[in-house]
Design a protein around this ligand. Structure first.
Ligand code: TRP
Length: 337
């Protein structure tokens, strides 16, 4: 008889640290939706990670709810996925403690992201910032995730996840699934700043014209695209080295329309940059409008969002508890039996 194959488990998370840009949407949230039918998906709002840099408490609370609403508004379906808030499931911290005891300080101090963030937040280089990758390892290993969709900047953290899973399994016996990174087609597209296409689009850009957020209204979106930096040629052609601005706009356009780069180039052949930027702006604005409306509707229904989070917490905690009990037994904690 044919065996029914269980779907592979997939885990990912996003930090609730403020505005979500279209870069975050294209690189992460959009794929969460595309993957939810094929895999058993767990998606978390990583608030424990967020506090490794200073957060204003009221803003963190607001951003957590807002990110939860955005996930759902973008199409992440709480009926299909386990959607939850990281701090609601204590096992993340509990497993982090155990894994800390098999992690070497050198592994953490040489992480690129730790070095970057330490430089950026020189007044607040705390142990949590250094331990951030171990918390991320725990997120993934608790759910025995086989696949982890991540951006390029998280690759080192995924390597550590694999290293620690193998190290623990070797020391204490088979316990954890060793996960793989997952890079869905098109997700490697790095979305660059509209104001400086040499830099990644970031919500912390001091120039607000550099980034477009999921909350921007039509006028704002159009204005930002109108000001987007291009070049002195007048040819819409994909060439990231010589034409980074235009290429970035093409990447955004194809991400939102599903068209190929060649199709897009053909569409704008012979047209000026003004028309091109307007078309990209309108495409993005029209795509964001229904998401923004749905998000507002959800945020007005806190009871529903709370219920989704509660359900997610319970489902996540059930799986996490199972892994954590196994870990506690393996390391020799007395469990009474
Ligand atoms: N560190 C990730 C980021 O900032 C977010 C994250 C936390 C995550 N835990 C995770 C991503 C587990 C994948 C798996 O992008």
């Amino acid at each position: 008889m044919e065996e029914v194959q269980a779907k592979k488990k997939l885990f990912s998370a996003v930090q609730p640290s403020g505005a979500v840009t279209i870069g975050n949407y294209i690189g992460a949230i959009r794929n969460f939706v595309a993957l939810q039918d094929e895999y058993d998906c767990l998606y978390a709002v990583a608030d424990l990670h967020a506090i490794t840099v200073r957060q204003e408490p009221a803003a963190l609370r607001r951003n957590t709810l807002s990110l939860m609403a955005l996930f759902i508004a973008c199409g992440v379906d709480p009926e299909k996925c386990v959607l939850f808030v990281q701090s609601h499931v204590p096992a993340h911290c509990e497993l982090t403690w155990v894994l800390n005891t098999i992690t070497y300080p050198g592994e953490l101090s040489r992480m690129t992201q730790f070095k970057d963030k330490s430089a950026k937040h020189a007044d607040n280089v705390n142990m949590g910032l250094m331990d951030y990758p171990v918390l991320m390892v725990s997120d993934i290993l608790l759910y025995q995730a086989a696949l982890v969709p991540i951006g390029a900047d998280q690759k080192q953290h995924l390597e550590l996840t694999r290293d620690l899973a193998i190290r623990f399994n070797n020391r204490y016996g088979a316990t954890f699934t060793v996960p793989e990174g997952y890079f869905p087609k098109g997700s490697s597209a790095r979305i660059m700043s509209l104001a400086d296409p040499a830099r990644k689009m970031s919500k912390s850009d001091e120039n607000p014209n550099g980034f477009v957020t999921m909350d921007d209204d039509k006028d704002t979106v159009l204005r930002k695209f109108k000001r987007a930096v291009t070049d002195s040629e007048a040819e819409v052609r994909y060439d990231p080295v010589n034409k980074p601005g235009v290429s970035n706009l093409l990447t955004i356009y194809t991400a939102f329309t599903g068209k190929s780069t060649e199709e897009a180039e053909r569409e704008f052949a012979g047209k000026g940059y003004g028309d091109f930027k307007l078309a990209v702006g309108e495409t993005v604005a029209d795509a964001l409008a229904p998401v923004r409306e749905e998000k507002a509707r959800l945020l007005a229904d806190k009871g529903y969002l709370n219920a989704v989070m509660k359900r997610g917490e319970e489902a996540a905690a059930r799986i996490a508890r199972r892994t954590l009990s196994k870990v506690y037994r393996k390391v020799g904690f007395y469990t009474g039996d």
